[in-house]
Design a protein around this ligand. Structure first.
Ligand code: SF4
Ligand code: SF4
Length: 494
């Protein structure tokens, strides 16, 4: 066992109101520059829908994530398609990239026209102008182009999950069957990141102390293999600097014990940040799980119990600071992911072991609810279980159902407790929870106090070097041709 710490986020999709505050505040801090106009490290998609960039989940087109070879070993889908030799040949022309039209052409408005136009009796207008060419343009795409469209014909036709799982019959586009929910997305700071594996320059690294994935701007040569390799399309090419950039999990804030900007400003209070302890030696085995139905369990198996004496001893031996172990014990994300099993990773079948997890959304309950009919509605919810399973559990509907049952049981218990003065134990026993669990879930999910949502220890960068192995490397294999290359921080000033 090799115990490592990973800073992790959970988002409760039931509470996201699609206000895009997270996207805007992130943009103001990180991508408010020439060359990055089209880039949104944090974006919020309406589901069903095509997402941003268009149809990013279509890995037949973009070749992101990992696949299993015939021998059951992990191979980047990109490499499987090209082969090592072809990868080098394609270094100057990688065909598996989204085009700028798949993102959108960024624009501004001719505001000067509003102020300076004169001599006309017509109301002046500010027309859109391309930020690339400066010329007038018609807007035909954007980072939230299908915002709030719900399951209309356009969304259904363009949603990769619906097409790949043949859900067109099940997801009807008539008004009475309409549903939608929001899906905020950032880089998942994966435990097994393909972006790092396919980078020919070895510029992408995962920080030893907290697992944040970063790009060394000095090393990046702008080959853009990472853009194809990341199945979530969360690496963006800066056309001005010719380097790739990505979400940094606001590491300067995290190092000071503060939440990321998107989490700090989240209006719905849907985001939780905390530490997880995990067994680094189990990562590859978990990603190599052959049965898609078992992927969630194999990924949960990597996450360790921070109260287990053996885990604590190994963590101490591996020089993880005591405050970090304590922080992992108080971690809200540990409770949501492992203790109550309410949250899931986005597309676990990409096998990157994402470290941003999601509590799936409940649909409106239409029937009168009592303890006998409570769970009967789950199979007929407006958001089909198969659709949620396609997003969050590699198609395993039982896992999603278990989580939704627990969320329903919590609502029912708290309602009966508030109205009758006593919670209904019958329902919560059915889902394997105790009244203490229910109160804990309610406090975290509904009350959402700031200090309970964000439990972040400040950094001990001076300890990071102790976590390296004999080669001076951490975690995944270094695929950089120069084998002696060390992670960037190793040379950084302490
Ligand atoms: Fe890399 Fe982030 Fe994509 Fe994971 S989500 S593969 S860490 S860019
Ligand atoms: Fe959702 Fe929070 Fe972002 Fe608003 S700020 S869109 S509630 S994640």
């Amino acid at each position: 066992m090799k115990v490592m710490a990973q800073v992790t986020m959970v988002m409760n999709l039931d509470k996201c109101i699609g206000c895009h505050t997270c996207s805007v505040t992130c943009k103001q801090v990180w991508t408010n520059r020439e060359g990055m106009e089209y880039a949104w490290f944090n974006n919020v998609e309406t589901r069903p829908g095509k997402g941003y960039p268009d149809k990013w989940e279509d890995q037949e087109t973009f070749k992101g994530g990992w696949v299993l070879s015939k021998k059951g070993k992990l191979v980047p889908k990109l490499e499987g398609k090209m082969g090592k030799f072809k990868e080098i040949v394609h270094i100057f022309s990688n065909p598996y990239l989204p085009t700028i039209n798949d993102y959108y052409i960024p624009w501004t408005y001719n505001y000067d026209n509003l102020i300076s136009s004169k001599g006309s009796d017509k109301q002046p207008v500010a027309k859109p102008e391309s930020l690339f060419t400066g010329k007038k343009m018609d807007i035909s795409n954007g980072p939230n182009w299908d915002d709030d469209l719900a399951n209309g014909k356009y969304s259904i036709e363009n949603d990769v999950n619906i097409k790949n799982n043949h859900l067109e019959e099940q997801i009807k586009s008539d008004f009475e069957s309409s549903f939608m929910f929001y899906l905020p997305r950032i880089c998942n700071h994966c435990l097994n990141p393909t972006c790092a594996s396919v980078c020919p320059s070895g510029a992408i690294y995962k920080r030893d102390e907290d697992g944040i994935v970063l790009i060394d701007q000095d090393r990046c040569q702008g080959w853009r293999f990472c853009v194809s390799g990341c199945p979530y399309k969360k690496i963006y090419f800066n056309w001005k600097t010719h380097k790739s950039e990505k979400c940094t999990f606001c590491y300067p804030r995290i190092e000071n014990g503060l939440p990321t900007v998107c989490s700090e400003t989240c209006v719905g209070k849907i985001r939780y940040i905390g530490l997880l302890l995990y067994d680094e030696e189990k990562v590859i085995k978990a990603a190599e799980e052959k049965d898609d139905n078992k992927l969630i369990d194999s990924q949960l198996d990597v996450i360790l119990d921070p109260f287990d004496e053996n885990v604590i001893k190994n963590a101490v031996d591996n020089k993880i600071p005591y405050e970090w172990i304590e922080s992992a014990q108080n971690s809200p994300v540990y409770k949501l992911i492992k203790k109550w099993k309410l949250a899931f990773p986005l597309h676990p079948e990409y096998r990157t072991l994402p470290m941003v997890w999601y509590v799936p959304p409940l649909s409106p309950i239409t029937n009168n609810v009592d303890s006998t009919s409570l769970f009967a509605d789950i199979d007929n919810m407006r958001i089909p279980l198969e659709y949620l399973a396609s997003l969050f559990s590699a198609g395993n509907t039982d896992k999603i159902k278990d989580s939704l049952k627990k969320l329903l049981a919590m609502r029912y218990y708290m309602r009966t407790e508030t109205i009758n003065g006593k919670g209904n134990n019958y329902t919560i026993k059915d889902v394997g929870l105790t009244p203490d669990d229910i109160h804990g879930m309610y406090r975290l999910l509904a009350i959402s106090k700031y200090n309970e949502r964000f439990v972040i220890p400040s950094a001990h960068r001076e300890e990071a070097e102790n976590l390296l192995d004999d080669r001076g490397m951490f975690g995944f294999e270094n695929t950089c041709p120069e084998d002696d290359v060390k992670p960037y921080f190793n040379t950084a000033k302490k």
